[in-house]
Design a binder for this molecule. Structure first.
Ligand code: ACO
Length: 426
């Protein structure tokens, strides 16, 4: 018998189905709430609202668990590659040797960007933020590749195209802001190695790809590859639900990611540390500011909507960062400040009571900085990593025969009906 939840309202009892997810999480299906009772729900920030059924990513914020298609993030970070993890997320299973080979060949074949797109990059003001450039370019891809997405083969081509080109476009935007010649993708390099080469190689200073740096980037992207219904992913699904084209939906997600409370936090962490260093402030001072209710300042890189314990990705990236800094023998005053800040915040009662732990963005800036990625490219790095997740989530929505236009309601708090007053009588 189907389990139900009862709601008693104005003396009448209403029943709603109780949904149980595959990991035992329970939800009330309120699909008929308004029809039955005339009521809607109010949940600002959606902290209690499930927006869809999804079989892609499982996370448990209390236990610090993250799994893609059932596989723990720790195993993927240790054993998988970013390309393989992307396949897993998008297709729902680990690829066979042959599937992985075909996927890699497609990624290689699609890696060039239409030469006509170069003029766009050239004409963005040099000081443009690369996130703005990248999201505009992703939308522009629709004009260059306007194929329909209603055939499975075409859909595969479209998603692979974006996955491949995004890394070329990201490095192009960086090269153009510096006024340097762009570096084309090479067929003999892997996805991550190609990115590093396009980003850092130069005619006057050939870039030597270090295996540990490549591995660090691989893990960084795997850790960011999906995170269920976060702000940017919900945006992708929201825009996709209106049947906007694939590129427009992903580009909308990129714009959502840009914000400092979301993906922009990795840049904000380094900027916060740099300011602290410049102004010769103390870690204790900024921790005190973060705790002050009258000060809107927040400690960037701390806290998470879902994780109320250590972010499992933060654990992995912290170890990775420590190893990389040792190997590259990096000495950086901002990194010293980060270590001090982590220690102070983790032992502070306010942070303990509020379950505020360092999140993945706290450490990812440190790893990216050690690799040599400029600060304003940090969120772009996150966006490249999140792309397979956005694609998988968009596809899940696209393939859902019961898929609906996403359209929340509101509780109106404005004026009651009033009448227009001609301008000379106001
Ligand atoms: N510094 C100081 N206090 C904080 C912080 C922080 N970083 N984060 C949360 N708090 C406090 C709030 O002031 C609030 O305190 P109160 O209950 O005493 O009023 C309490 O913790 C709960 O905060 P909310 O804003 O309700 O929590 P929410 O789940 O909405 O916020 C968020 C999550 C936005 C990530 C928040 O922790 C934050 O702003 N962190 C800093 C930005 C950041 O690092 N973002 C990256 C998140 S990870 C990602 O998106 C990839």
């Amino acid at each position: 018998m189907e389990k139900t939840v009862q709601l008693i309202y104005e003396g009448k009892t209403y029943e709603f189905p109780l949904i149980t997810g595959s990991e035992g999480e329970k939800a009330i299906d309120i699909g008929s709430l308004r029809k039955q009772t005339g009521l809607v729900t109010l949940d600002p920030g959606y902290a209690n609202t499930g927006s869809c059924l999804s079989a892609i990513t499982f996370m448990d914020g209390e236990k610090g668990i993250l799994r893609y298609r059932g596989i723990p993030i720790e195993e993927l970070a240790e054993k998988s590659s970013f390309v393989e993890t992307s396949f897993l997320l998008i297709n729902g299973h680990l690829p066979s040797r042959e599937e992985l080979k075909n996927f890699s060949v497609m990624l290689n074949d699609q890696s060039l960007v239409h030469e006509d797109m170069k003029v766009f990059f050239q004409n963005f003001p040099r000081a443009s933020h690369p996130m703005g450039t990248l999201s505009s370019m992703v939308t522009a891809l629709r004009s260059f590749y306007p194929e329909l997405q209603n055939v499975e083969e075409e859909l595969n081509m479209t998603v692979t195209r974006l996955l491949s080109k995004v890394r070329t476009m990201a490095t192009m935007s960086y090269k153009f802001t510096r006024g340097h010649t762009i570096v084309y993708p090479r067929p003999d390099l892997s996805y991550c190695a190609n990115f590093l080469n396009m980003m850092f190689n130069s005619p006057v200073k050939p870039y030597v790809i270090d295996d540990d740096v490549k591995k660090a980037l691989e893990v960084f992207w795997i850790l960011h590859a999906d995170h269920e219904q976060n702000c940017s992913t919900s945006t992708v699904r929201m825009v996709g639900s209106g049947q906007a084209n694939f590129y427009a939906s992903i580009s909308a997600g990129m714009s959502a990611l840009w914000g400092p409370l979301h993906g922009g936090a990795n840049q904000a962490v380094i900027e916060m540390l740099a300011q602290l260093h410049r102004e010769k402030g103390s870690v204790k001072q900024i921790v005190a500011r973060a705790k002050d209710k009258n000060d809107p300042f927040r400690l960037m890189g701390f806290g998470h909507r879902v994780y109320k314990t250590y972010d499992p990705r933060a654990k992995i990236i912290k170890v990775l960062g420590d190893k990389l800094l040792d190997k590259l023998a990096v000495s950086d005053p901002l990194l010293d400040l980060a270590v001090e800040l982590e220690a102070v915040a983790l032992s502070d009662d306010y942070f303990i009571d509020h379950n505020l732990y360092p999140n993945v963005d706290f450490y990812s800036g440190i790893v990216l900085r050690a690799i040599g990625i400029p600060t304003n490219m940090f969120t772009v790095m996150f966006a490249i990593g999140r792309l397979p997740g956005w694609i998988a989530q968009w596809k899940e929505g696209f393939d859902d025969p019961k898929g609906k236009l996403n359209r929340p309601r509101q509780i109106y708090t404005g004026n009651n009906e009033m009448h227009y007053i001609p301008i000379d009588q106001r």
